[in-house]
Write a protein that binds this ligand. Structure first.
Ligand SMILES: Cc1cc2nc3c(=O)[nH]c(=O)nc-3n(C[C@H](O)[C@H](O)[C@H](O)COP(=O)(O)O)c2cc1C
Length: 223
């Protein structure tokens, strides 16, 4: 029987400081509505899904960012506030932090906006691998502990991880559909990242995901 080799992730020199923001960071960024007819069929996207660790440094367009975040955990049922990703009892306990060169933002799903948290470039703080901080976007999935307090303690961490995993898979499938490169990352420094993102005591980063154009992209998918 073949044994699957244990994949070791190549570390870079760990960054322990944020970098100055590149450009002026608006307090709020309105995201364009997604084009619900865009992309390839689901089965084709599934056939493309893969982890990629080589990225072009080129920025993603605002249209791409809007579609990516809507796919991640946007509102798909406005009447009920339902989202593209499931969550236990619809608690929606995962916040998506968006580390861009111009600052760290939180995705506000109901308003489909990015809300500025901290005007620094914290991309390099979201992990240890060489592409982290060089790719144009790092997402960080943060559990808002106050939302899961009523849940039995044993379920809090597990259910939150499942919600974050659902969001990450939505992002992966959007990337596969839109010709973007992505990798989910569990190898993060929770404390450093919590400081860099200016999180409160009850907020814990549990997963990160790098997104960008593939290193060899011609950019045709970047709307
Ligand atoms: C929970 C989780 C954590 C992961 N953490 C990392 C990570 O820190 N760094 C990394 O490069 N890949 C990470 N990966 C990606 C896996 O290495 C990858 O999915 C696996 O090698 C299978 O490859 P594939 O996604 O291309 O099928 C993670 C995946 C999952 C689901």
């Amino acid at each position: 029987m073949n044994e699957t080799p244990w994949l070791t992730y190549m570390p870079s020199h760990a960054t322990s400081a944020t970098r100055p923001a590149v450009g002026e960071a608006p307090a709020v960024i309105d995201l364009p509505a997604p084009d619900l007819r865009s992309g390839v069929p689901l089965m084709t996207a599934l056939s493309f899904r893969t982890s990629t660790r080589e990225f072009s440094p080129r920025a993603l367009s605002l249209a791409t960012l809007g579609e990516l975040l809507w796919a991640a955990d946007g509102i798909n049922r406005p009447l009920s506030g339902g989202r593209t990703a499931p969550s236990p009892h619809a608690l929606q306990e995962i916040d998506i932090y968006v580390a861009l060169p111009l600052g760290v933002y939180r995705y506000d799903s109901p308003k489909h906006q990015l809300v500025l948290k901290h005007a620094v470039d914290a991309r390099g703080m979201t992990g240890y691998q060489d592409f982290v901080g060089a790719a144009p976007l790092d997402l960080v999935y943060v559990v808002r502990g106050s939302r899961v307090l009523d849940m039995p303690a044993a379920q809090q961490a597990m259910f939150s991880a499942v919600t974050a995993g659902s969001i990450a898979q939505n992002v992966s499938l959007y990337c596969a559909s839109a010709g973007l490169a992505t990798v989910v990352r569990g190898w993060i420094n929770h404390r450093l990242l919590g400081d860099a993102l200016r999180l409160n005591e009850d907020e814990t980063p549990i997963l990160a995901q790098t997104v960008g154009l593939p290193a060899d992209a011609d950019g045709t998918h970047n709307k």
